[in-house]
Design a protein around this ligand. Structure first.
Ligand code: CP
Length: 304
């Protein structure tokens, strides 16, 4: 039995197979409509979500399966003091696979250690968000036709943004990737990640101004400032609108640069660029359903 805690739980070759499957699902949806008949997915979300939870639920319904779960810790027995370990033992009696989001880093790992069904980390604190990374990689591979030889800009809250941390981990396994981190001083990418880049001789730069590096980017990964991880409101208010991607900045970019964002967006991308052909963030959401379908099939070892 396999779980998914980090994008590194799958080898690059396994990810290629997963993305091939996701692309086949994209083009032949009907073929998979009964692949999970009789199977149940539990979504246990201790933190708010729109995309990840509903994308998992949509994925399982598209496969013919059913979904159970909770979307708020307050409506679960966590509010009475039940541990994640006990909850997953109980969920294992009800479902065949479980996606769990939790504000505490490592909570999905604790669940996996006590589970008798596959557990998927749907986001743990400021740590990792591996299925967002699968979504991001599938989007890039599908729209660019490759996963190599890119200058990647990551912009915004690089300190608390778990999608950024997972994506860096995943991209360093592909050839000729160069990173440009764009953030205010207070929201720089954590040292443990830049240490890994130094160790592996992967080129990176850290800058504050977005404008100066726009012309060099093959894709720009925008992120929101993670209000829920700040210790005080004052710092959040000061930093929340530090970057706003608008038409003027997009004029500096390559004609085929992709703009990605895990969403939700707050103010960091102006709605005036939503119709720019380079804006890929809503396409990303659709790819998220295909890749979660592929992931459920893979972890449940269902052959179609
Ligand atoms: N991208 C993402 O994790 O969105 P949600 O918080 O809405 O699930």
């Amino acid at each position: 039995m396999r779980h998914l805690m980090s994008p590194l739980d799958f080898t690059v070759e396994e990810l290629d197979k997963l993305f091939d499957l996701a692309n086949d699902i994209e083009h032949n949806m009907a073929k998979y409509a009964h692949a999970c008949d009789g199977k149940k997915l539990a979504t246990c979300f201790y933190e708010p979500s729109t995309r990840t939870r509903l994308s998992f639920e949509s994925a399982m319904l598209n496969l013919g399966g059913s979904v159970i779960g909770f979307s708020d810790a307050g409506s679960s027995s966590a509010s009475k003091g039940e541990s994640v370990s006990d909850t997953i033992r109980v969920i294992s009696c009800f479902a065949d696979i479980c996606a769990i989001r939790h504000p505490k880093e490592g909570a999905p790992m604790v669940a996996a250690s006590k589970s008798s069904i596959p557990v998927i980390n749907a986001g743990d604190g400021g740590h990792q968000h591996p299925t967002q990374t699968l979504t991001d990689l599938l989007t890039i591979r599908s729209l660019k036709g490759k996963l190599k030889n890119f200058t990647v800009g990551l912009c915004g809250d690089l300190k608390f943004g778990r999608t950024v941390h997972s994506l860096i981990h995943a991209l360093i396994r592909y050839p000729d990737i160069q990173f440009i981190f764009i953030s205010p001083e207070e929201l720089k990418v954590p040292d443990y990640l830049t240490d890994i880049l130094k160790e592996k001789n992967i080129p990176y730069e850290e800058v504050i101004r977005l404008e100066e590096i726009m012309p060099r980017l093959d894709f720009l990964y925008m992120t929101r400032v993670q209000k829920e991880r700040f210790f005080n409101e004052e710092d959040y208010v000061r930093l929340k609108d530090f970057y706003i991607l608008d038409k003027t900045k997009m004029e500096l970019a390559k004609s085929d640069m992709l703009v990605l964002h895990p969403l939700p967006r707050v103010n960091e991308i102006s709605v005036e660029i939503d119709d720019d052909p380079r804006a890929a963030y809503f396409k990303q959401v659709q790819y998220g359903v295909y890749v979660r379908m592929a992931l459920v099939l893979t972890l449940l070892e269902v052959e179609v």
